[in-house]
Write a protein of this length. Structure first.
Length: 317
């Protein structure tokens, strides 16, 4: 069996080595250049006719989303037998899917755009990396198959490393993450909590009702954008007597001065993020950046060759 060809957008070259080193893939080659006026020149080097192809890239801004679409379109048009998109970061994946009057739910539009790609004979697959992207399954249409490489192993491993065998409280600042954090706390056999802001200010709600005095607190957040909510939560935990405060984040966007805000005055003892977003490559001296290419690669190979895996494969593992 010939090895699938892995193509990578320019922003995700740092992750390509992880996938190639740990999976039965061959490197595909691209010519990429930015022309005057910020137009992008892209060329697929070599033939992809009859090949299973994998495209690695994240949709973290309009330009990156369009580059994925353009490359995927070209790969199918040039004869790829099967197309699999591996997207470590998909912007708006955590967006509220309710639709107030007039609001553009961008995640639906982007899922529809990728669903409208021409279809390879063996089908089009998309693999996302997230905690609660189950709701996206129905957004992909036209026969596009969506899968989620769960971030649970990343979070569990990071939490255990931070705690080093000590008991801790696993908290969230986002009501949308409550169920996920409760599931994680059950797996880790620790106390779940929420640090939520409301009309009465920011409050810590623990499952056992005892607060965080003298306790190690690990706050999980699905993504760090500005860092404001995390910084506020850390400040409240410190004032409430927490012995240590750490943060684990699936996607580190770190917009503007987010990292500086989180590190000021020792609000966090340590911040751990996955390398799902390109911006994490610039924060390594100040945050622990964990490679998740192995997690994505495991899901990728299960999708490409399910007969070598566990038989029936869930879309969310």
């Amino acid at each position: 069996m010939r090895r699938p060809l892995l193509f990578t957008t320019e922003a995700y070259q740092y992750m390509a080595a992880e996938l190639l080193a740990n999976n039965d893939l061959a490197a595909g080659a691209l010519d990429c250049a930015t022309l005057p006026g910020n137009e992008r020149y892209l060329r697929i080097k070599g033939s992809v006719a009859g090949e299973d192809v994998v495209l690695l890239g994240g949709a973290f801004d309009p330009a990156s989303t369009l580059e994925i679409y353009n490359l995927a379109w070209a790969l199918v048009i040039q004869g790829a037998a099967r197309l699999t998109l591996v997207m470590p970061y998909f912007a708006y994946a955590t967006m509220d899917t309710q639709e107030p009057s007039g609001e553009v739910v961008a995640i639906r539009a982007q899922c529809q755009m990728l669903s409208n790609l021409p279809k390879a004979p063996g089908g089009n697959d998309i693999i996302l990396f997230h905690s609660h992207a189950r709701s996206l399954d129905n957004y992909f249409t036209n026969g596009t198959r969506a899968y989620v490489a769960s971030c649970t192993p990343f979070v569990v491993t990071a939490a255990r490393a931070l705690a080093a065998g000590r008991p801790f409280v696993l908290a969230t600042t986002d009501a949308g993450n409550l169920q996920f954090v409760h599931e994680l706390a059950g797996q880790l056999r620790v106390e779940p909590a929420a640090v939520l802001s409301g009309a009465a200010g920011t409050q810590i709600l623990t499952a056992e009702g005892g607060g965080v005095q003298g306790k190690l607190v690990i706050i999980y957040h699905d993504r760090i954008r500005t860092g404001v909510s995390l910084a506020k939560a850390a400040r409240v935990c410190r004032r409430s007597g927490a012995s240590e405060v750490h943060a684990i984040c699936t996607h580190g966007i770190f917009a503007g001065r987010a990292l500086e805000l989180l590190k000021v005055a020792g609000r966090f003892d340590q911040i751990v993020v996955s390398n799902s977003h390109p911006h994490t490559q610039q924060v390594k001296p100040h945050a622990a950046v964990v490679e998740v290419g192995a997690l994505l690669g495991k899901k990728l190979m299960a999708v490409l060759r399910p007969q070598q895996g566990r038989g029936i494969m869930s879309s969310h593992d």
